[in-house]
Design a protein. Structure first.
Ligand code: TRP
Length: 457
């Protein structure tokens, strides 16, 4: 059955839609806590370098594969080379792992929004507020359920278009608000020390772990190595310039992540009195520090309410696109109705997400290398599955369909591909070697073997 694919009407439309998928909790919640944990400026620098080399090349490859074939991941890889059908399937497994725990955190955001709107800003600034909340049983489960239900309803009713319109208004407001909160945080006493920590790299901090974390974040934040960008590419018109679109999406995504770090990290310094251990709060960082900032701010209750509402929207648009991807995988594969697939995916996410939600309370005895269930899910998707998918994508493009076929696709619009050399070298050599080392390190680490140490990298 050959369906005519609808297209994005303009380049801006394409860039905004792809950015809408890319910008989400990854930028506002995940990036700042990783940067805080892994050396601030060091992490930032490594992230930026990886974004313009690695992220750029991989995103070009994925979007070009989609546009060339006009298919989403499962079909696209298979069509270009039968032997690589498995890659589409592997890529599709990533959103299935991410979506459930993404919704758990979405639930935390909804909870904070309701706390703020009902005047609880002051209470939420207490030191153990967050830890008490997530170590509960039914409360976090309930919020997770609410977030999941809203997402599922929207995907079921197919009203994403309306949501997208709303989020196009909300996104710019989020950026402005983030700036306002950053300026406020930066002018607190002790914040400058935090700013220095955030932007000044220390070469002595560079470690395999930091690079691994930055790489995982890059995939996550840009929705790479999971077939999403292949699907977006399949909707892109040939007369939209691929290379400059990719640059814009990257700039947008990285810009928002940078701002979110600017909003949170200096504030951590200011409110912890320079206590560095506050930086390693991990996934809870946004929920622990920001309420303190809001509590000390004039109109903090109102600003916090708006802030969590905006974050909720950013999370919701990403969650919708995650769920939509999973739903269409099952529909294509098993010919299910939209309703059936939606219900199945929602129940699956509920079952898979519940342990992540309970992992800080009743299930806190489950831990692996110091990671909670949610961290394990995050680790499996970002540090194991995505590097594997990215590795095979590079090999596939570099040695099977050849980089030239991708370059030709990029050049279709006006004959130009400025960074073609960079792209070719990255995809064929640098990225695969790098990815292999990263995999060794993450899988080895999980098995208790420090490969990188052994190789003295
Ligand atoms: N990139 C999104 C973020 O930064 C998260 C995400 C990962 C995502 N994979 C996705 C969103 C697939 C939509 C579709 O939060």
């Amino acid at each position: 059955m050959q369906q005519k694919r609808s297209n994005f009407s303009s380049k801006l439309g394409f860039v905004l839609a792809a950015s809408g998928s890319a910008v989400g909790l990854g930028n506002i919640w995940r990036f700042p806590y990783l940067a805080a944990k892994y050396g601030g400026g060091t992490f930032l620098l490594i992230y930026l370098i990886l974004a313009v080399t690695f992220g750029f090349s991989l995103m070009i490859a994925e979007i070009a594969i989609g546009r060339k074939t006009g298919l989403s991941a499962i079909g696209a890889f298979k069509m270009l080379d039968k032997r690589f059908g498995f890659l589409g399937i592997l890529a599709s497994a990533v959103p299935i792992v991410i979506f459930p725990y993404y919704s758990v955190i979405g639930g935390w955001v909804v909870k904070y929004f309701t706390v703020f709107i009902s005047g609880g800003a002051g209470a939420s600034a207490a030191d153990d507020y967050f830890s008490t909340f997530i170590s509960g049983t039914f409360e976090p489960l309930g919020w997770f359920f609410i977030f999941l239900a809203v997402t599922a309803l929207i995907v079921l009713c197919g009203v994403e278009k309306g949501i997208e319109k709303v989020s196009k208004i909300m996104m710019p407001i989020l950026v402005v608000l983030t700036l306002v909160i950053s300026v406020y945080g930066l002018t607190r006493e002790g914040a400058m020390e935090g700013l220095v920590y955030y932007i000044k790299p220390h070469m002595s901090d560079v470690s395999a772990k930091t690079i691994l974390a930055a790489m995982g974040q890059l995939f996550y934040s840009m929705s790479l190595a999971m077939g999403i960008m292949v699907t977006y590419g399949s909707y892109m018109k040939k007369d939209n310039h691929l290379e400059s679109s990719v640059r814009q999406i990257e700039l947008f995504d990285t810009g928002i992540a940078f701002l979110a770090g600017l909003m949170i990290i200096p504030a951590v310094f200011a409110f912890s009195g320079g206590d560095e251990s506050a930086l390693s709060a991990g996934p809870g960082l946004m929920f622990i520090t920001l309420p303190k900032v809001f509590a000390s701010m004039k109109l903090g209750g109102a600003i916090g309410t708006i802030f969590f509402l905006l974050v909720f929207f950013a999370a919701l648009t990403s969650a919708i696109s995650l769920m939509e991807t999973i739903v269409s995988i099952f529909r294509d594969k098993f010919n299910w109705s939209r309703k059936g697939a939606c219900i199945f995916v929602a129940v699956l996410a509920l079952i898979m997400g519940a342990p992540s939600s309970l992992g800080f309370g009743p299930l806190s005895f489950i831990s692996w290398m110091g990671m909670s269930v949610l961290d394990i899910m995050d680790f499996v998707s970002n540090s194991v599955l995505m590097p594997i998918v990215a590795f095979f994508t590079c090999i596939f493009v570099g040695f099977f369909i050849k980089t030239k076929s991708i370059s030709d696709e990029v050049r279709v619009t006006d004959g130009k591909f400025k960074a073609e050399k960079l792209f070719t070298v990255m995809i064929k050599w640098v990225a695969p070697i790098f990815l292999l080392l990263i995999l060794l390190s993450s899988v080895g680490g999980a098995l208790g073997i420090d490969f990188l140490q052994a190789l003295s990298v």
